[in-house]
Design a protein around this ligand. Structure first.
Ligand SMILES: Cc1cc2nc3c(=O)[nH]c(=O)nc-3n(C[C@H](O)[C@H](O)[C@H](O)COP(=O)(O)O)c2cc1C
Length: 195
């Protein structure tokens, strides 16, 4: 497969199974974050790998946090979170540090750099023959965020589920990029997809 075919063949999957990347592969995968475009070289992205042997303990704390007073999650959502996170072969929590000291780079730009870092990680996962999905999860829950270590001055950006694709999954049909691109002709751009 050529490099461009490789890029064009990545897709997200939540129906993942073992095997997962080994320690050395995971190190390589997360190293891809360090190649993300990053205004001011602030390196705002942060990752917390939740190891399999800590998953049950962590999920217990998630359940506690989600059933705390002040939150009103439907029972079905709590069950879904528990189910999805216990089935995921590997879970990585995604975050960023909001850097405000000695920089004029905005938090928005840091968020963009962190998102680019996650995209690099997704591509690295794919490059090593694995698959992944970025999900939001219960990142609106203070207890969950705090337990992982992403309270202020950090911001939580979701979770990656990582594993191996089930055999039946194929690259989905792609949209036509021409609907999302215009060559500027001196007038404000009008995109086919928005007409
Ligand atoms: C920041 C972010 C959060 C996301 N959260 C969820 C989520 O909670 N649940 C979900 O099904 N998809 C979520 N997605 C979308 C999937 O990661 C994925 O991009 C989508 O299913 C489309 O698949 P594709 O990556 O193959 O185009 C999220 C994507 C991003 C960028």
């Amino acid at each position: 497969m050529t490099n461009i075919d490789f890029l064009l063949s990545r897709f997200s999957s939540v129906a993942l199974r073992d095997p997962v990347p080994d320690d050395q592969q995971l190190h390589q995968i997360l190293s891809a974050a360090m190649c993300a475009p990053d205004h001011g070289r602030l390196r705002p992205w942060r990752f917390v790998v939740i190891p399999k042997n800590k998953r049950a303990e962590w999920l217990k704390s998630v359940e506690q946090s989600m059933t705390e007073q002040g939150y009103d999650y439907p029972e079905s959502y709590i069950k879904k979170v528990q189910h999805n996170f216990s089935c995921a072969p590997m879970v990585i929590a995604l975050g960023m540090r909001k850097i405000t000291e000695k920089t004029s780079v905005s938090i928005d730009e840091q968020l963009m750099a962190s998102s680019a870092a996650v995209m690099n990680v997704l591509n690295a996962v794919h490059a090593l023959g694995f698959a992944a999905k970025w999900i939001t999860g219960p990142i609106d829950n203070k207890g969950v965020v705090q337990h992982i270590g992403f309270s202020e001055p950090y911001r939580m950006l979701g979770f990656l589920f990582v594993g191996t694709l089930c055999d039946a999954e194929q690259t989905p049909p792609r949209l036509n990029v021409d609907d999302y691109v215009v060559v500027w002709d001196g007038k404000p751009a009008q995109f086919k997809v928005d007409q």
